[in-house]
Design a protein around this ligand. Sequence first.
Ligand SMILES: [Zn+2]
Length: 125
Amino acid sequence: MIERDHKSAAFFDAAAEDRLVIRRCIGCRQALPPEAVVCTTCAGTDLEWVQAEGTGLLASYTVVHRAPHPAYRVPYTIGVVELDEGPWLYARVNAESPTVGLPVRVAFRHPEEGESFPVFEEVPA
Ligand SMILES: [Zn+2]
């Protein structure tokens, strides 16, 4: 189960509202992944939360066949999504046959227990 902490609270609050948020450097405007604490361009630490479009390309993926926890149903796909804004995001991927470069779009799961979380789904051709 996913649990929030003070660094991830804004991310999960947004996910509960079907919004994907990422970090952006206030100094140089560089878009950064949600877990970023320092800007990779200017080393600035003043970061803000901004809403992402939620679209991107599947950069890499793996299919999990052995459940890390009894609550997980296998198989499922974990991928690295390159967002249109630039940052890479690790996330669940829901695609019939995942391939590198596949266009994906974010959707959200709202489990009865635990935090809402993003899942990237194949964009219908
Ligand atoms: Zn910066």
